[in-house]
Design a protein around this ligand. Structure first.
Ligand code: ATP
Ligand code: MG
Length: 360
């Protein structure tokens, strides 16, 4: 599933009223600075994942002159997703007309990948960003993952509350430890299984973009490899009490991305980093398609920055081969016109002062 057939956006940043019917493959969104291109991608991201990629808070996304925003999309096979977000009363998310309490189901229908100027953070940012990348894949491939992760989050918040109390309630702590150890072990298994599929997928994609013979990616599960999580929690209990927070567990996992002995972001140029991150995201989608038949939707903002013409074309070619739906922004449509094969008829949308017009 995926492929957005219709998209309505009301009052998201400067997009007061937008209605478009995107092409099934490539959609080139072009227009001057400040016209609303990134806002369009942001609206799709918000609908699929419940968060923006450029502000932690969601309020700034709502048009400054309005009290709410609405995003609605129709996907293939009659699937519809609608989101209404208000300044005061939170939000309502609906999947095929049914109110949703979380984004879990919606995210399954709309597997979004984003490549933008922030993509470097996958290499140089905190482990949280790499966990998010990893878990995107695990979530779409291992269907038990979401539930196990929810249980882990609950255990962690309860356990951390107990750790902060002056007198430790050992019995309660043991109960939460038991559940955390069990679910954490599951999460680790899902992630390990996924990484074992992901690394060969990346090995296939990478040479099409960049040669990095010394690249090593290693999954770290978040606690000592020689211990069970139950033992790690027990051994580190005093330390956890001192910190008032759990220091071991699947919430501390990471992907080490290195070139030889160095962290990748310390030795690769900006362009090389963008190529590596793009390859990682393309490999994830290839893998998703192979395992589940599902296609991703790509949101690509400002691809031309950091990349020369040849590399832009290489990324576009790989994306085209994926057969996914792509929303890609640029200032002048010509910048991206020749990056695709001749047979592909890209949809073109001109953005001007928050209005979006298809170019027929
Ligand atoms: N909450 C808001 N309400 C109304 N307008 C907003 C809001 N937040 C941002 N804007 C404005 O929306 C416009 C569109 O911003 P956007 O980032 O989408 O532009 P863009 O086309 O991606 O530009 P660039 O080419 O510079 O990246 C900008 O003029 C911005 O100032
Ligand atoms: Mg922009």
């Amino acid at each position: 599933m995926a492929n957005i057939r219709r998209l309505d956006i009301l009052r998201v940043r400067n997009l007061s009223e937008v209605q478009i019917r995107p092409a099934d493959r490539v959609n080139i969104i072009y227009g001057k600075n400040g016209s609303g291109k990134t806002s369009l991608l942001e609206a799709i991201h918000l609908l699929g994942l419940g968060r923006s990629f450029r502000s932690a808070k969601l309020e700034p996304v709502i048009d400054t002159n309005a009290n709410d925003c609405v995003i609605f999309s129709e996907l293939e096979e009659g699937v519809s997703i609608g989101l209404n977000r208000t300044r005061r009363d939170g939000q309502t998310l609906k999947l095929m007309g049914e109110r949703q309490r979380s984004w879990i189901e919606t995210a399954r229908y709309l597997p979004l990948q984003i490549i933008n100027s922030d993509s470097f953070s996958l290499l140089e940012g905190s482990p949280k960003i790499r966990r998010r990348f990893l878990d995107w894949g695990v979530f779409h491939v291992e269907h038990e993952f979401a539930l196990a992760w929810r249980k882990v989050s609950k255990c962690l918040s309860q356990r951390n509350l107990l750790l902060k109390q002056r007198r430790l309630d050992v019995e309660q702590l043991q109960a939460w430890d038991q559940e955390l150890a069990q679910q954490g072990q599951h999460i680790d298994e899902y992630r390990k299984r996924y990484v074992a599929l992901f690394l060969p997928a990346l090995e296939q994609v990478l040479p099409g973009l960049i040669s990095l013979p010394e690249l090593r990616i290693r999954y770290e599960r978040g606690w000592d490899e020689s211990l069970s999580l139950a033992d790690a929690l027990l051994q580190q209990r005093e330390r956890d009490q001192r910190y008032g927070a759990t220091q071991n567990g699947p919430h501390r996992a990471d992907l080490q991305i290195r070139i030889g002995r160095n962290a990748a972001h310390e030795v690769l140029s900006r362009g090389q980093q963008k190529l590596l991150v793009s390859a990682m995201k393309i490999a994830q989608s290839q893998l998703l398609h192979r395992v589940s038949g599902n296609k991703s939707v790509y949101l690509i903002d400002d691809l031309p920055s950091e990349l020369d013409m040849e590399n832009r074309s290489r990324i576009c070619q790989l994306l085209e081969e994926l057969g996914c739906q792509i929303f890609i922004t640029c200032v002048d449509a010509e910048e991206l016109e020749n990056c695709w094969s001749k047979e592909l008829r890209a949809g073109k949308f001109h953005v001007e002062h928050g209005k979006i017009t298809p170019l027929c």
